[in-house]
Design a protein. Sequence first.
Length: 343
Amino acid sequence: MKSILFVTDAWHPQINGVVRTIEYTAHELIKRGIRVEYLTPQSFRTLPCPTYPEIRLALTTKGTVRRIIREHDCEHIHIATEGPLGLLAAAAAKKEGRPFSTSYHTRFPEYVSARVPLPKTPFYVWFRRFHNSGTSCMVATAELENSLKYWKFQNLMRWPRGVDTDLFQPYEGSVLPPDLPRPVFMNVGRVSVEKNIKAFLDLDLPGSKVVVGEGPQLDSLRRAYPDVLFTGSKTGVELAQHYSSADVFVFPSKTDTFGLVLLEALACGVPVAAYPIMGPIDVVGDSRTGVLSSDLRTACLEALNIQSDLCRAAALEQSWSTCTDKFLENIDAANRAHGTTSA
């Protein structure tokens, strides 16, 4: 493999699992001498996505996308999202006879259901048609794979996630206010209704609660929970230092497919408290690095007893290099199975 084009509707300035996965994978591919190109909303005029204004939807045509694909002339196309660019790129790739794979990052039907009472079936029918049109659909976990099999998704391949253990590591001291009562229970991520953050904030816990991140629910939660520390968005070393300042990382989401923040917290030596669902089950499992319970308060309190070194050791086994090896293996295996060749 000499060149790969990543197509994604999720890109900077967004900070989410899709963007981070592409960035880290691309970095590893470049280290291997593989040319990496991108097709993102940054190349077009955009409109804000309804209810998600920070997500910009590209305004373009299939002809334009087809021309860009020809100009990049990459051996393989990987489509990470089901938005306008993803749909147009898939159509253009099929027209050109170019092999392409997809990945399923976001449980969009569940996200919609968390906001409005709409049935999930029509969304899954649409998503299934899109993802089944490629050579493979890559998923992060066994739980997600089983879920999509139920909806008759085909050509599913496992593509695990990793963590940058050089950036995310235990840091000395705390970047939180010195008078903040201990223990500190922290959540990091997008502050929005589908993340179920309110379930965390409603818990009767000792010490303090901290929420790191931005999102459409931030202002309303700040007003409703004046005793909670909302720090806003943090990145890089500052983000890692915030993780390290916590005693327990609380993950109340019931809709995520994986949750890179789980690995980032563990890499910083912070145990996890979460529901026993997709994502936490795959990351924590039986590693004893967290507590998974339908009673989130119990999980938070019991996680206080977990040793930091155990969490760090588990995260060290999850490298982006290994994940990228699997990504390339999937592409090669899927192309052989479908009798496709490089463009």
